[in-house]
Design a protein around this ligand. Structure first.
Ligand code: ADP
Ligand code: MG
Length: 396
């Protein structure tokens, strides 16, 4: 049976943080061919996982070999092209590489589950899915279904429902006292919409109901969204209903506003307060947060370097995604000014890049020759993001 619970039980019976150690304690600094993996020597880095989906039917019909190959043992991805006019042979090393045959459950267990454990320990953790439209961001984050008709977990359920299930499994097994709240927002055209702001359960959001929310800062500089509805939940099934509602709103808003989902970012956040008693009999409250982010399609961004000159129409450029790239560049280059404030996404998730948050970027690609240019951009982008150092010990 495909349940995260059975897996969780197996893992916790041996070592509760076995998976955490796998992803977060790598101290390997330099790998062969000068390729580098993230290292944790001076703070915990942003971990980068590469996922390549299987070719779709259209891509299968295109003559020619697939151009992306994944080595899951070496955690390497190679892009190869050998034509009379163009030769490409580039290898990239990531913290984790998942090839086309990787199943949702294994992907979750190996790449995301460690962060869920960290959120339960009181950290803020953020998971981004980044990549070209059609490469599997939503498949990875949400999946195609949550439960089978018989109530069992669906094998194509994505990261969000699996994380929810694992959190409840752990809290139940610890008999912990906790409060949990969830929120679901979308950023489109630099406007923030609350995907859970519905008057009635069945009534979809309409243009008049849709009120863009303001991003504010409190006296201590912490960012929050004014008027955002945070729903208190106590079971996984409640969250699954909320997810369905949020997704239905995404689709409805998409039709009403004539927008494209590949241009919007959605963020599902789980906030946890878990009570813990220390050996000395003191009561502690651990405050953890998990942000699960499905980013807009990366093909809409104005890239740096060689493509800088090829500016696309202003309206086509996604300001938040563009700023995310600039933030990554500034952090990697250690340039003094990091432009977090230039977009809603980077303001809201400022802590997730260069701050105190534990972050995992899932970069998604297609294996097809038709996507090669965008795939190389994604690989370069993700490769650069590996070098960001977050500093969770600073303020936690
Ligand atoms: P994106 O959100 O990046 O635009 P989607 O998640 O909508 O892309 O995926 C596009 C299509 O590819 C969907 O039909 C999805 O089911 C399929 N797909 C994506 N990733 C995988 C995967 N790892 N395994 C099987 N099918 C996948
Ligand atoms: Mg999508």
């Amino acid at each position: 049976m495909d349940t995260p619970k059975s897996n969780h039980q197996r893992r916790r019976s041996s070592s509760p943080f076995l998976m955490s150690q796998t992803l977060w304690s790598s101290t390997e600094k330099t790998c062969r061919s000068g390729l580098t993996r993230s290292n944790d020597e001076k703070g915990v880095n942003v971990k980068v996982v590469l996922r390549c989906r299987p070719p779709n039917e259209d891509e299968m019909q295109v003559k020619g070999p697939l151009v992306i190959s994944c080595d899951e043992l070496k955690q390497e991805v190679t892009a190869t092209l050998n034509t009379t006019t163009k030769q490409i042979n580039k290898t990239f090393l990531f913290d984790k590489v998942c090839g086309p045959s990787s199943q949702q459950k294994d992907f979750y267990d190996q790449s995301v589950s460690p962060l869920v454990n960290e959120a339960l320990e009181g950290y803020t953790c953020t998971i981004f899915a980044y990549g070209q439209t059609g490469t599997g961001k939503t498949y990875t984050m949400e999946g195609e279904a949550i439960k089978e008709k018989n109530g069992e977990f669906h094998k194509n359920a994505g990261v969000i429902p699996r994380a929810v299930q694992e959190i409840f499994d752990i809290l139940e097994s610890q008999k912990a006292e906790y409060t949990m709240k969830v929120a679901y927002i979308e950023i489109y055209n630099e406007e923030i919409t609350d995907l859970l702001s519905l008057d009635e359960e069945s009534k979809p959001i309409d243009e008049k109901q849709r009120k863009p929310l303001a991003l504010m800062e409190d006296g201590k500089g912490a960012v929050f969204i004014r008027g955002l509805e945070e729903v208190t939940v106590s079971t996984a099934d409640e969250i699954y209903k909320i997810l369905e509602k949020g997704s239905a709103n995404k689709h409805t808003a998409e039709t009403l506003l004539n927008k494209q989902s590949n241009r919007s970012h959605s963020i599902f956040s789980i906030t946890l307060h878990v009570k813990e008693c220390t050996h000395e009999g003191l009561e502690l409250i651990k405050c953890g947060k998990l942000n699960l982010v499905d980013l807009a399609g990366s093909e809409n961004i104005l890239r740096s370097g060689a493509k800088e000159g090829r500016a696309r129409e202003a309206g086509e450029i996604n300001k938040s995604l563009l700023t995310l790239g600039r933030v990554i560049n500034a952090l990697v280059d250690h340039s003094g000014h990091v432009p977090y404030r230039d977009s809603k996404l980077t303001r809201f998730l400022r802590d997730s890049l260069g701050g105190k948050t534990k972050t995992c970027i899932i970069a998604t690609v297609s294996p097809s020759i038709q996507c090669l240019e965008e795939t190389l951009s994604t690989l370069e982008y993700a490769n650069r993001a590996k070098q960001i150092k977050n500093r969770p010990e600073v303020n936690q």
